[in-house]
Design a binder for this molecule. Sequence first.
Ligand code: NBP
Length: 478
Amino acid sequence: MAKADIGLWGLAVMGENLVLNMESKGFTVAVFNRTTQKTKDFAEGKAKGKNIIPAYEVKDFIASLSKPRKVMLMVKAGKPVDMVIEQILPYLEKGDLIIDGGNSHFPDTIRRCSQIEGKGLLYIGTGVSGGEEGALKGPSIMPGGSEKAYAMAESIFTKISAKVDGRPCCTYIGDNGAGHYVKMVHNGIEYSDMQLICEAYYLMKNALGMSAEQMHKTFADWNKGDLDSYLIEITADILSKKDPVTGNPLVEMILDKAGQKGTGSWASQSALALGVAVPTIAEAVFARCISAVKDERLAASKQLSGPSGKYTGDKAEFITAIHDALYASKICSYAQGFALMAAAAKEYSWKPNFGRIAMIWRGGCIIRAQFLRRIKEAFDHKSDLANLLLDPYFKQIVQNAQPNWRKVIITAAELGIPVPAFSSALNYYDSYRTERLSANMIQAQRDYFGAHTYERLDRKGVFHTEWLAPPQLKNELF
Ligand code: NBP
């Protein structure tokens, strides 16, 4: 029997669809799953008559692969990945390649890469975005590992990935954990994109009293302009869907309690560890956390009061203001995500091409959007751009949006409507553009209670003051 080009372990939604995608591009794929019944069901169902080889023993699975072997894992992130690696390693040889396509945490990928390369094998940790539809029709693929490992997988990855303007949404990201890091930041940006859209919807509903139909039309309209993106498109679709039971808009029948699987929080944690400000991404994670304590909020709503009411000004003007607030905040959130990737690249010695990363996010992933082309242009123009906000195009957009952006946040505060992501984005912008912040007072406080020292504006050196020493301040040069 002909040998398979690649083997895939893990036949849940992502794995099955990736296998069908690979097979449709001319590859023969061997498949394996811990629960063998799933392999059987797949072989007798969706895989029937296709170049897909089912295996029910690990030994047979590996034996069905052409050499050097390529084994891709699409299993639950965490321990299962290590358990699967342990089971396949005895059957693999030097030069074989293991690819982890799940949402693994990047430190795990760095560790696994080093362990597996230490045995003479090759390892790729890759982000695969786009959910089950992306896996089937073409995901955005973000591979990390050695260039030698990537060369082995490149032809399969580029063929199965989404294409935009004929170009594959796949590019080599960098060594070891770089691919999973970029996927993690992608997910962090996805969290903030979603939260910002939710705040726009919430203002339309609560400040303007718009119906689902009116909001559907507004989002569909926005999808034809600067905000053209998958998430705006699906938001418009969602608002037009009726609940078959009650006849109400379905979205209004859904419990306001958000779930999360952890990648947004990993992105925020990494930013904290690296000392990079990603307030809008973190705020989006916190917004999900506060939504999750529904029972507490219900009780608090009976005890804690605040303003309420509707916006009384011009509705059409306010809708435009929400649009501008959304676009400006979105730019800040992407600025934070790219700044985070730049800091991580420095920390872990990766050399990502940020323009290319923006390009591979244009298709096959949840944050796909027209405006990513602008990010590519910004990095083409200046590859070491410190912050997207400094790019002439984004600078102008945010400058023009400012009056409306501020108006939306002021109005929301006056009406008692929470807009944490809009506000954090504006605070990020205002902090980033401010020459002298309030941190001089922090330094003074730290020096007062902990002798942590401070620097001065007028002289070089490190200083400490005995703050209670009478009658005047005594500065000592360390
Ligand atoms: P799941 O994340 O739900 O994982 C299910 C798969 O993991 C099954 O094949 C299961 O085998 C296998 N598995 C588990 Br659980 N524990 C195992 C173990 N100890 N040993 C071997 N296999 C084990 O599947 P998914 O939703 O298809 O996602 C796969 C990966 O892709 C995950 O890392 C996920 O985070 C990532 N991802 C998912 C999406 C999405 O939209 N779902 C999008 C992008 C990335 P079993 O059948 O025997 O239980």
